[in-house]
Design a protein. Structure first.
Ligand code: FAD
Length: 512
């Protein structure tokens, strides 16, 4: 990719500049990782309004640069900044994207999980993926992983397969980010309208509802698509009266459609990590390699300069001092996970008040056992010849490293101390998902069960976080469902009964 293609800017508007009332074929709520590709795809044949509560990425230049990753995550959250902070009830600091392009614009940019839906992946990959210029540190860790038995060497590979590999990345060789926002460039400019600073408050299921300052409607066989992310879509459904009946009634939200599983099965992959300070300066890098086994995935990043403690990157309060640019973090993730929690509203009327989320990290013993097994593998990795030069002192095994923050337990045979390490150092990989699970809340085509013309297309539908990292699958999903919807409309053209059903099920959406 030679440059960042900003052609989408010609159909991006500030929400206050849009007419007070408009009608579209499709309204997509949330211009994120899945929302951008689905909006672009549907615009091929139909009018589409994409509503994003955040700003355009260029409003925050650090968003568009690889060396801006940490500074974006550490920007003080003023209610508008691209990384919206929240802390789960587990006490783990976290962030979610609040910018056109969603979390794909603030993330670390790693992983491309090519799969059966290869055409949709290809569409995405051609626009935003690059092979990385692998840094020295990343190569060292990959060699170390191979020495430690995470084999085979899968070279540069976009598949999620066991072994060690170099991954694709959103950052090109000039350090520029290419996120989901660029998929909008593939839309039809005549049909696609994107509104930023457009916070959707709720979906109204009746054309007789009280008027709002801005309102948008869908027509005919159109649909509303929620792509506001695991937390945003789940919150919006509850605020709109779709959710567990007794819960909604208890907080005085009129029940439009009872659905017991909304807000249930919220999951987040635990991130555990060690950070070392080698005795010399080395290049900075975002993750470019991955070690994959059935029990855990290992990644690393390094030396990103910062002057304040990076929120949610190093949640440990002891990281309050300024450190130089030499740190190396080796992080590992439990796949799945099996442990889950739930989401509950903090405010029953104000969408701007984030919900309470609990993930119950390691509640399931298998998640903990996998973390223990990964921690042992980190011990093997640190004991390899590849990692030796990074020791502060020439000592055997895992001894001799200068740990920054919690050190790896010295006795790797003591399962209890490894379990304590897992629990005590748990952070987030930011791959939280669930809340509107497929099979429970939405059907296989991601339609909300029992409601016509409403779908949820984002990470809230996932039972497991897919791939080594989820964003490729989310972009693919937006494209895939969009193409399927276009095909459905072609089939439906001749179908009289279908027209009647749609006629009696118009959804109205009232963005502020
Ligand atoms: C810091 C960080 C690092 C990560 N690193 C990686 C990585 O390296 N690789 C990887 O594959 N994945 C990574 N992830 C995870 C991945 O980015 C997310 O899982 C994925 O982007 C989520 O996609 P989504 O479409 O479900 O939601 P999002 O991309 O978050 O999109 C949701 C959008 O909806 C908008 N929205 C929410 N509520 C409303 C509302 N009421 N009205 C209007 N708009 C609304 C939000 O502003 C946002 O733009 C990371 C995530 C984070 C936060």
């Amino acid at each position: 990719m030679a440059y960042i293609d900003l052609s989408y800017m010609k159909f991006v508007y500030n929400s206050i500049d849009l007419p007070l009332e408009e009608v579209y074929d499709y309204i997509v709520v949330g211009g994120g990782t899945a929302g951008c590709p689905i909006a672009a795809t549907l615009s091929a044949n139909y009018s589409v309004l994409l509503l994003e509560k955040g700003s355009v990425p260029s409003a925050y230049p650090s968003v568009l640069r690889q060396d801006g990753v940490i500074s974006t995550l550490t920007l003080e959250d003023d209610g508008k900044t691209p990384a919206e902070r929240f802390t789960s009830e587990d006490g783990v600091a976290n962030v979610r994207g609040r910018v056109l392009g969603g979390s794909s614009m603030i993330n670390i940019g790693i992983e491309w999980d090519m799969d059966l839906v290869s055409k949709a992946y290809q569409w995405v990959e051609n626009t935003v993926v690059s092979p990385p210029n692998v840094s020295r540190w990343q190569s060292v860790v990959k060699e170390g992983l191979l020495e430690a038995g995470v084999r085979p060497d899968n070279g540069y590979n976009l598949n999620h397969i066991p072994g060690s590999k170099v991954t694709g990345t959103l950052f090109d060789n000039q350090g520029r980010r290419h996120g989901a926002v660029e998929l909008l460039n593939l839309g039809n400019p005549k049909n696609l309208r994107v509104a930023v600073h457009a916070t959707v408050e709720r979906i109204i299921f009746s054309s007789n509802a009280p008027r709002r300052s801005h309102q948008a409607f869908i027509r005919g066989k159109g649909e509303v698509i929620l792509s506001a992310g695991a937390i945003g879509s789940t919150q919006l459904l509850l605020l709109s009266g779709v959710g567990p009946e007794s819960y909604l009634s208890s907080i005085k939200i009129p029940v439009v459609h009872p659905e017991p599983y909304i807000g249930q099965f919220m999951r987040d992959n635990p991130r555990n990590y060690i950070t070392i300070l080698p005795p010399f300066q080395l290049d900075a890098s975002t993750p470019q390699i991955a070690g994959i086994t059935s029990d855990f995935y290992i990644e690393t990043f390094s030396g990103l300069p910062f002057s304040t403690p990076p929120f949610s990157v190093f949640p440990d309060p002891s990281f309050s001092t300024k450190i130089n640019s030499t740190f190396r973090q080796i992080a590992y993730k439990v796949p799945g996970p099996l442990s889950y929690g739930s989401l509950r509203l903090q405010s029953s009327y104000d969408v701007k008040v984030g919900p309470n989320v609990r993930f119950n990290y390691f509640a399931n013993p298998l998640d903990l056992a996998r973390c223990v097994s990964a921690t042992r593998k980190i011990g093997d990795l640190l004991s390899t010849n590849s990692l030796k030069p990074f020791k502060a002192q020439d000592l055997p095994g895992i001894d001799g490293f200068n740990f920054f923050g919690p050190p790896l337990p010295m006795n790797l045979t003591d399962t209890a101390s490894l379990e304590t390490f897992c629990r005590d150092t748990v952070a987030t990989f930011w791959h939280y998902h669930g809340g509107c699970l497929v099979g429970k809340v939405v059907d296989g085509d991601l339609r909300v069960k029992g409601i016509n013309a409403l779908r949820v297309v984002d990470g809230s539908t996932f039972k497991f976080s897919p791939g080594t990292n989820p964003q490729a699958t989310l972009m693919m999903l937006g494209r895939y469902i969009g193409v399927k919807m276009l095909k459905e409309r072609l089939v439906c053209k001749a179908c009289y009964s279908c027209n009647i059903i749609q006629h009696f099920n118009r959804d109205d959406l009232y963005p502020k």
